[in-house]
Design a protein around this ligand. Structure first.
Ligand SMILES: Cc1cc2nc3c(=O)[nH]c(=O)nc-3n(C[C@H](O)[C@H](O)[C@H](O)COP(=O)(O)O)c2cc1C
Length: 143
C-alpha cells in the first residue's frame, strides 16, 4: 500500500461544474483500481490524498501531474503503509468553496471531516500530516 499527498491550484477555466464531472469519472476509475482517498477543494486550491497499490498510484499521479486543469502541483508526502486510512472512500470530496468563514467555524468543519473519515482510528504520522495541511489550507483565508 502506497500513499501520496499533494496540493495544487485550479486553473481559472476549471469551473465548479467541470470539477464535479471530473470527480465522477475519477470515482469510477478509482473504484475499479482499488484507489481510495480524499480530495479537498477550497479557494481554487486542491489537497488530495491518494492510496492504493504503488504502481497504480504512481501511474495515476503521472496523469494528474500532466493534467492542464490545475498547476503548481507539489507533492507533500509519500509513505509505504500496511493499511488504508480512507478505506471506505473511492474519493471523498470536500468542497469548502470560497466561503469566508471564521477560523473557528473552519476548525469545527475540519474536526467533523476528521471524525467522519474515521481517520482518527488509524492515527499515524501521515494522518496528522494530512490534517495539518488541511487546517493550514483552510485557515490561509479565514477571517
Ligand atoms: C485535482 C485533480 C484530482 C484528480 N484526481 C483523480 C483521481 O483521483 N482519479 C482519477 O482517475 N483521475 C483524477 N483526476 C483526473 C486525472 O488528472 C486524469 O484526467 C485522468 O486520470 C484521465 O487521464 P487520461 O486522460 O490521461 O486518461 C484528477 C484531476 C485533478 C485536476
Amino acid at each position: 500500500m502506497f500513499s501520496l499527498i499533494y496540493r495544487s491550484v485550479a486553473r481559472e477555466s476549471f469551473i465548479e461544474s467541470d470539477i464535479y464531472k471530473m470527480l465522477s469519472d475519477a470515482r469510477d476509475f478509482n473504484a475499479e483500481h482499488h484507489i481510495t482517498g480524499c480530495l479537498l477543494y477550497h479557494d481554487r486550491k486542491f489537497l488530495q490524498f491518494l492510496e492504493g497499490e504503488k504502481s497504480v498510484i504512481i501511474s495515476l499521479f503521472n496523469a494528474i501531474e500532466s493534467d492542464s486543469r490545475h498547476h503548481k502541483i507539489a507533492v507533500l508526502k509519500t509513505e509505504d503503509r500496511q493499511d488504508r486510512i480512507f478505506d471506505r472512500w473511492s474519493m471523498a470530496f470536500y468542497d469548502y468553496g470560497n466561503l469566508r468563514l471564521s477560523a473557528q467555524h473552519k476548525l469545527r468543519q475540519i474536526d467533523q471531516f476528521f471524525e467522519s473519515s474515521r481517520a482518527f482510528e488509524k492515527s499515524s504520522k501521515l494522518t496528522s500530516n494530512y490534517f495539518g495541511e488541511v487546517r493550514e489550507m483552510l485557515l490561509e483565508s479565514a477571517l
